[in-house]
Ligand binder design. Structure first.
Ligand SMILES: [Zn+2]
Ligand SMILES: [Zn+2]
Length: 288
């Protein structure tokens, strides 16, 4: 039986929001670590490299792990800006495999090279100590030793991927969708059957981590994000067991997040949605 230990390292969308008013939910941008274990084997999968990856890197170094698989949903700042500060990059013993989509004609390695260009960062990509391998994800997904990874393009500017982790038969599954517009706004390069395909992609997930950046009142249609109501609707439709509201609005402090979480619970009750809903916070640990 495959087990997933999910560590939430960064929940914020767009830009880091440090300070007292966001201390409970956390101010780091998106990063989730998933430790997959089966039998005696263990494998670390990291989903996104927002600023939350810095603290995680320190823990990975302490644990003396040498292999990391990092999946990047897309290359907007809030999903990659922590990467240059990920400790294992500067460790000769580390092997880091990065996976993600090409952005138009621009390869993922080229984006990372720009992220660490000498005009913005002191250590260029070629000078890192770790062994770094950057791969493009093809539609078929990726088979890792302890779990299979499948991806699907979602409705967000750029080439943005949802990532699903499945263990061996009968085990749980974790789906990560940090940025996705479920409403009708925006113009994205996805097929007409997208909504139906997306529900199928999510089907029966044990844990769905989904964009819930907006409330119905703050929604900015066409900006690439969803409301908590839209996230609850799709999760309920797909038979998801647990939904984590994620990619919190930088303008929503802890008090605002408490209200959002409360409203989400009320909405789910009113709809008769049979799923558990949690608002993601930094430091949260979930076992699947
Ligand atoms: Zn984002
Ligand atoms: Zn984005």
């Amino acid at each position: 039986m495959t087990k997933f230990r999910v560590d939430v390292c960064g929940v914020r969308g767009s830009i880091p929001t440090p300070g007292n008013s966001t201390a409970r939910y956390g101010g780091n941008t998106t990063c989730v670590s998933v430790e997959v274990s089966e039998g005696g084997g263990k494998q670390r999968i990291i989903l996104d490299a927002g600023t939350g990856i810095r603290g995680l890197g320190a823990r990975v170094m302490k644990s003396a792990e040498t292999e990391v698989n990092l999946f990047i949903s897309h290359t907007h700042w809030d999903h990659i800006q922590g990467l240059p500060y990920f400790g294992p990059l500067f460790d000769k013993e580390s092997r880091i495999r990065v996976w993600g989509a090409k952005q138009g004609d621009v390869g993922l390695e080229s984006v990372l090279r720009r992220l660490m260009d000498p005009v913005v960062f002191p250590v260029p990509l070629d000078a890192l100590d770790a062994e770094l391998e950057v791969n493009h994800i093809n539609n078929g997904g990726v088979e890792l030793d302890l779990c299979s990874v499948t991806n699907m393009r979602v409705r967000h500017p750029g080439h943005t991927l949802a990532t699903r982790l499945d263990g061996e038969n009968g085990s749980g599954s974790v789906v990560f969708v940090p940025d996705n517009e479920l409403g009708p706004g925006g113009d994205y390069d996805v097929p007409a059957s997208w909504r139906k395909d997306f529900v199928k992609f999510l089907e029966g997930a044990s844990l769905l981590i989904h964009d819930a950046m907006y409330t119905p009142q703050t929604l900015r249609s066409g900006w690439g994000h969803s409301t908590y109501e839209e996230a609850i609707d799709v999760a309920a439709e797909a038979g998801v067991e647990k939904l984590m509201l994620f990619h919190h609005n930088p303008d929503c402090d802890d008090g605002c997040m408490d209200l959002l979480a409360e409203s989400a619970g009320e909405y789910a009750n009113k709809k008769g949605a049979r799923l558990e809903i949690i608002a993601g916070s930094e430091g949260m640990e979930i076992n699947v």
